[in-house]
Design a protein around this ligand. Sequence first.
Ligand SMILES: Cc1nc2c(=O)[nH]c(=O)nc-2n(C[C@H](O)[C@H](O)[C@H](O)CO)c1C
Length: 155
Amino acid sequence: MTRKYGIADTTFSRVDMGSLVYKVIRSEDSEADIVRYTVPGIKDLPVAAKRLIDEGCDGVITLGWVGKTMLDKYSYLATSIGLIMVQILTSKHVIDVTVHEDEADDEEKLKEIAIDRATKHAKNLVKLVKEGKNALTKYAGKGLRQGYSNAGEID
Ligand SMILES: Cc1nc2c(=O)[nH]c(=O)nc-2n(C[C@H](O)[C@H](O)[C@H](O)CO)c1C
């Protein structure tokens, strides 16, 4: 059966992670169906993810961007709870890629974080959807990081 992936992204984001993730998923799973759903902001992502799963996606990746204010951070907290609820209700992975605008001061670094995080998590999603619960087991405890260099394992 053809695997189907959902990509939910926002117009609030300052980097087009959706187009990037589409290409990554396509290169990791060439036969897959990929559906993209773009919403205004992060709080709209939970329903987008749920609707993508309702239309047959085996897993979804959400691509959010959080501003610097406390209101933005509270919005993310609400979003995160919503995304976890979608996972629990559907028993499907919703991989939450979020870039927080205060992770870096300069725009180039923020873009670098976004590209690295989105790419690595898109690959994680494909592995989980293709191979299931032990797909990432060989990397367990390795201190892998998304958005940054890996922290590494403590011997
Ligand atoms: C305060 C706020 N902050 C963010 C944010 O940091 N990132 C983001 O993507 N969207 C934000 N939004 C918009 C909401 O997520 C949502 O799009 C609107 O409330 C419409 O439902 C809001 C309202």
